[in-house]
Design a binder for this molecule. Sequence first.
Ligand SMILES: [Zn+2]
Length: 615
Amino acid sequence: MPSRKTTILVAGALAAGLSSPRRVANAAPQSTPRESARSTGAPTESNSPAPEFSAADSELRDFVERFSTDRAALSRRYPVEQSPERIARLKPFYDDWKGQLARTSFEPLGVEGRIDHVLLRHQLDYELRLLEREEGWLRETAPLLPFVPRILALNDARLRMETLEPAAAASTLDKLASDVTATARKPVEANRASKLAAFRAQEELASLKQVLQSWYDFYAGYDPVFTWWALAPYKKVVSALDGYRSSLRENVLGIQPKGGGDEPIVGTPIGREALVADLASEMIPYTPEDLLAVADREFAWCEAEMKKASREMGFGENAQAALEKVKTLYVEPGKQPDLIRDLAREAEAYVEQNDLVTVPPLAKEVWRMQMMSPERQKVNPFFTGGEVISVSFPTDTMDHDDKLMSLRGNNVHFARATVFHELIPGHHLQGFMNARYNAHRRAFRTPFWGEGWALYWEMLLWDRGFQKTPENRVGMLFWRMHRAARIIFSLSFHLGEMSPQDCIDFLVDRGGHERANATAEVRRSFNGSYPPLYQLAYMMGGLQFRALHEELVGSGRMTNREFHDAVLRGGTMPVEMVRARLTKQILARDHRASWKFAGPLRQGYGGQGPLKAAK
Ligand SMILES: [Zn+2]
């Protein structure tokens, strides 16, 4: 089964539970810079953040942290995603927390406590809906996998620590082997819906094999009677599962056997209704069609700016030629680490000299660099960031074409536009602050905050003239256009209007991508490890932060630095809640998203956008 948002959230919750930095972060008084300079003599953190936003206490801090820790414990106890026991346990767990939340008295809560209350309610509703969605997917694959409950039951009994009867277990395995083989012989219709179900079924078969193996390994060798009975029928089941999986892949899905080319990109479109529900969870009060109109508008802006840069570079209206030229401006092999380091230091100096955000000296000190393996570059053609920036650059073992493509995709100007997105003030600074202020809010982690913030800095730096040359601008615009393109292709895919192949063609034809990079991007988007709204969260979150910046800094109510520090210290959450914090809204208990951040939209969208024009 593909992992979805749950997995990402659980990982975050685990990290929060294990490091538990809350007390420490909370106990550390916020010294003013003058004080800290006096006490340490260090010329660091030169300006103070606005004290009223310095990680203010939420009354629900412990409550939220306990929720995350409990859920992480349950996820470890019920590790198999498709197990009915897991679903049967998580539903009442979330319902129970909803009940607890309902019994909390809301009126005495302050701004921060009310925000956590609203966030947790949204989170619980989202989790319950996600469980229902997963159940729906399991129902669709059930006719192809009628034997699954019996495999899961074996493992669930082990997790309950029930005493095993080796002879009975062997009979169950033997019967399973013949049932799997019999199921594999049944013909499967080859329409689109059944292909999607078959794709998920073959993924489920792969994970079931692992479940069965962990069950078998628990006893094998430790219980000689078990091995005597179970070894032979266990091998039969494994071979039947393998055979069935290959048959689904080759005969129904048309996938070449191992070594015969790349895995196809199938993915699961979630449909309009689920998109609308997910948008509500993220507090985005727009329809998918509205968001496509926003993407259309942003895309058009990028294309116009690209043309301006193209003219300045001497390519006239031929922006494609200007882009091609920029792609040839890469450093010599071996020099990429130096380039990335210098670009990172340039961005750090820029935000500090312009007094845009507080950068703790430790944050600058601890980030590190590593080189990305050729294998990882197949799914991550560009660098990735956080505390460690992984640098994508060709290696000596790559095919000649791959080398050239990687050089072109990692040219100087593309890199200059996004090194700060990955490090400071982007993902590294976010992660650094998240772990130190309001860490309990990692339970509410969302790409609208995570990617939205990083993209917002690309917009802000553009507006402030960080770009020095037309080539710099082409680099920045390439990415910005890419974020608009992500909205278009990911929404269109989930609405059932574009296939993965359409998405790849769109990125190449309209987004100026190298084909292999476009394929990697689409694969990454739909292979199940990203939640459906992830790709549109960049630009939508970015536009939210930008609108909020205009509201608070543009109006003179906050300085740049106060604003950015306040966002980072508040912790991760949908941006509408960031706005509630910074404007000190006294939220109502049943708060619903209403903030229209995206500016004017063209009415009656539905046919003129780049998506339709591309076809
Ligand atoms: Zn990012």
